[in-house]
Ligand binder design. Structure first.
Ligand code: ATP
Ligand code: MG
Length: 350
């Protein structure tokens, strides 16, 4: 029985609270239960960062350090550098023929991201990244699946439309050529979509300048919380506030135990708790949660080899699976030309 996970992150910067509660806590629980592949999506990063490539190498390093700091274990799971898996490029190019332009133009996550990133011109690579993401996932599919085989993609809510497309592609491929792919399942995190503290409802993101990073110092966290929005009608401490419209209170609910949430709620309503004090309580809770992660980070930073080793071993393991997938794909698509090439398969590896 094969039970695999493929999921990942764009290498566009350090990781934030949204990653922790929307993805990483899930990955941590699942990494020992599944054969797990965590993708460092550096090619997907180019969809918005093609003009800032000098920062890519550091981003890859920082994402791996964040993964290690929260407790992902490269012995139990594989950290995979997307650009070093040539099979992924090949599979992407085949999948492009199975997807209509309309499906991409109507994709709600792409629409949201175009707005959130402020893209005035949208490049082709950006429009088709959901297709390349489908090949990241299906490259790791159990081939010609047996009962009990599984492919799971734990993600935040913004990715659900893409996984739906991945399922469509698997279905289309299976129908058109041969039933070799499994349709992946998804699992969203404890908090499917963490908004920022601005009251705009915007998703916290690495590339949208609104994140509280796992590696922020305690002072940076305090400062970011201090700048967060509160109920605009509550001007001074004695005023009664409405916690239900306050982004700071929404974070108390997500990051504090119930007793504390009730205390904050009652204090805000009664006017006995001022916003300054309320924010300080939240910053303390966040810093208490982040302290051990920061400690791990400072230890890991002393050993740069850990990053290199994790990537080398994990990427090789993913390629081993990917090669098997691609043989099955070429065969299904009549691209292995047995009567012309016999066993002389072209090896595309560098
Ligand atoms: P970028 O802004 O560069 O796209 P990002 O912050 O959106 O970065 P991704 O690398 O695109 O991060 O996403 C990695 C994973 O983390 C995905 O599964 C995504 O759904 C999840 N994720 C990202 N941001 C949040 C968030 N604010 N809340 C919950 N999950 C999130
Ligand atoms: Mg994103």
């Amino acid at each position: 029985m094969i039970r695999r996970i493929l999921t990942g992150m764009r290498t566009t910067g350090r990781l934030h609270l949204g990653h922790y509660v929307g993805a990483l806590q899930n990955w941590l629980e699942l990494q020992n239960e599944y054969e797990s592949y965590f993708l460092l999506a550096d090619i997907q990063a180019l969809s918005t960062h093609f003009d800032r490539v000098e920062g890519l190498e550091d981003s890859v390093r920082q994402v791996v350090i964040d993964w290690l700091s929260v407790g992902l274990n490269p012995q139990a799971s594989s950290f995979v550098l997307q650009s070093k898996v040539p099979e992924y490029y090949e599979l992407t190019s085949y999948f492009t023929f199975l997807v209509s332009m309309g499906a991409l133009e109507g994709n709600p996550t792409l629409k949201d991201e175009i707005k959130a990133y402020g893209l005035s011109q949208v490049n082709l690579g950006f429009m088709m990244y959901p297709v390349s993401q489908a090949s990241d996932v299906l490259l790791l599919s159990p081939i010609s699946p047996q009962p009990g085989d599984e492919l799971l993609v734990p993600v935040g809510e913004d990715q659900l439309a893409h996984i739906e497309l991945t399922r469509d592609i698997a279905r289309l491929f299976n129908r058109q050529y041969s039933p070799i792919f499994i349709e992946p399942k998804t699992k969203v995190g404890r908090i499917p979509r963490l908004a920022d503290l601005s009251a705009s409802g915007k998703k916290m993101g690495k590339s949208t300048n609104n994140a509280i990073f796992l590696s922020d110092t305690p002072t940076e966290v305090q400062e970011k919380v201090r700048q967060g929005m509160t109920d605009p009608a509550k001007i001074r401490r004695g005023d009664s506030g409405n916690p239900d419209v306050c982004p700071i209170f929404s974070y108390h609910k997500l990051f504090q135990p119930t007793e504390m949430v009730e205390e904050v709620y009652a204090g805000c309503r009664a006017g006995s708790l001022g916003c300054v004090e309320c924010k300080a309580k939240l910053a303390t809770a966040l810093n208490t949660m982040l302290d051990p992660i920061r400690d791990n980070r400072s230890k890991i930073e002393q050993h740069p080899n850990l990053v290199t080793e994790a990537i080398m071993v994990g990427t090789e393991k993913a390629r081993d699976v990917g090669k098997v997938t691609m043989e099955a794909v070429r065969h299904a698509m009549h691209l292995d030309y047995p009567s012309i090439l016999g066993n002389k398969l072209f090896d595309l590896s560098p």
